[in-house]
Design a protein around this ligand. Structure first.
Ligand SMILES: [Cu+2]
Length: 118
C-alpha cells in the first residue's frame, strides 16, 4: 500500500524543484531601442549588473543604421524596418556608450549610454 503514494509525492517534489529553479534563474531585463533618422529613442538605458539584458533593436527610419558598442565588440546592421534581438550580461557597474556606426550618424546625435548598476 505504501508504494501507491510514492509516485504522486515524487511528482510533487519535482514540481516544487522546477518552481524553485525558475525563481532562481534571473529574468532578462527587456528593452526596445528604436533607431530614427537621426536619433535613438532611448538616450539612456538603466540595467543591473549580472542579469542578462535582452535588447530589441528596431529601425523606424528610412536609412540604414548600425547599433554599435565598441567596448563589447557589438555591431548590428539595421536596415529600414528591421528588428533584431541581442542579449548580453555586464558583470560590473559601469557606463557603456552606444552609437550608430554609419559614418556621420554619431556626429548627428545617434549616441546613447547603458548605465549599469550593481
Ligand atoms: Cu544611424
Amino acid at each position: 500500500m505504501r508504494t501507491m503514494f510514492k509516485l504522486p509525492r515524487l511528482l510533487f517534489v519535482a514540481g516544487l524543484l522546477a518552481a524553485l529553479l525558475a525563481a532562481c534563474v534571473p529574468q532578462p531585463q527587456r528593452f526596445t531601442l528604436t533607431a530614427h533618422d537621426m536619433h535613438w529613442d532611448l538616450p539612456e538605458i538603466h540595467v543591473r549588473a549580472n542579469q542578462p539584458v535582452e535588447l530589441t533593436l528596431r529601425n523606424h527610419g528610412a536609412l540604414d543604421h548600425v547599433f554599435q558598442i565598441d567596448a563589447m565588440d557589438i555591431q548590428v546592421l539595421l536596415s529600414p524596418g528591421d528588428v533584431e534581438i541581442i542579449t548580453f550580461t555586464v558583470d560590473h557597474a559601469t557606463v557603456i556608450d552606444f552609437i550608430c556606426g554609419i559614418p556621420g550618424h554619431e556626429e548627428a546625435g545617434m549616441v546613447g549610454q547603458i548605465m549599469v548598476s550593481d
